[in-house]
Write a protein that binds this ligand. Structure first.
Ligand SMILES: [Ca+2]
Length: 251
């Protein structure tokens, strides 16, 4: 496994990504910024750790490749632009978890206070095990002992994937076909909601998780990092995230 290489990843990502300072004509979201990695020419930076890399799919789509299909991998990718975790934000992304039969272990979206080098354990650790100052939303494709199935979502606190604060079967297959996810955090109500949608014609978005959690309290920071982790173990997969956006107040 490669060692952590955030500096190189950050430089690479800086060339690809950027902040769109929202010059919103209506003014209602003038304080928001959008982090739009890839595809649009913006220059926000990503911190990449472990096996995470930015790749292109036959020259078309640029993706954050969190794991590349080898054994016992873990990777993480964080926006180097922090997000106000006392405020509300919304993020959406598409993911494609593939190249296994069926494949493991899945990915997670995190808000965390450990910093842009944060990287957790492989296998059932989903790349976030051990990142204690974190709240994870996992998209888990492999049934470990504490898991209800090989196709579930969960909210996990404290970097411990063996304990789920909230858990739900996914309404769509997480493995094999690309899907879209949307995570909303209401900083006033301390409420996290997670939606998924299959990327097939006519598919409707479905609410999967709705959980009370205080992100600032759980991460120990008011301005934290958001991004993704993923892992493989003795079973593997390629696990890609693309079209990632974050709408958040500037810290
Ligand atoms: Ca699992």
């Amino acid at each position: 496994m490669r060692s952590s290489r955030p500096a190189r990843g950050g430089l690479l990502a800086a060339a690809l990504l950027s902040i769109l300072a929202a010059a919103n004509a209506g003014g209602a979201h003038a304080a928001d910024h959008m982090i739009k990695p890839i595809d649009a020419g913006y220059t926000e930076a990503l911190a990449l750790n472990g096996t995470a890399a930015v790749t292109s799919d036959r020259g078309r789509h640029r993706r954050i490749e969190l794991t590349n299909g080898s054994f016992k991998q873990s990777g993480s990718a964080w926006s180097t632009s922090p997000v106000d975790l006392n405020g509300s934000f919304e993020t959406s992304f598409r993911a494609h978890l593939h190249h296994g039969r069926p494949g493991a272990d899945g990915i997670a979206f995190l808000a965390q206070g450990a910093g842009p080098r944060a990287l957790g354990g492989w296998g059932g650790g989903l790349g976030y095990r051990g990142i204690r100052r974190s709240v994870a939303v996992e998209f888990d494709t492999y049934q470990n002992t504490p898991d209800p199935s090989s196709n579930h979502l969960a909210v996990v606190l404290g970097g411990n994937p063996d304990r789920h604060a909230a858990i739900a079967e996914s309404s769509i297959p997480l493995f094999g076909k690309p899907f879209q996810a949307r995570v909303r955090y209401d900083g006033g109500a301390h409420r996290l909601t997670v939606f998924v949608r299959a990327l097939t014609a006519g598919s409707a978005e479905q609410l999967v998780l709705d959980q009370g959690v205080d992100l600032a309290a759980r991460t120990g920071v008011t301005s934290g990092w958001v991004g993704f982790t993923a892992s493989t173990g003795d079973v593997t997969a390629r696990q890609d995230v693309y079209d990632w956006t974050v709408h958040a107040p500037l810290p």
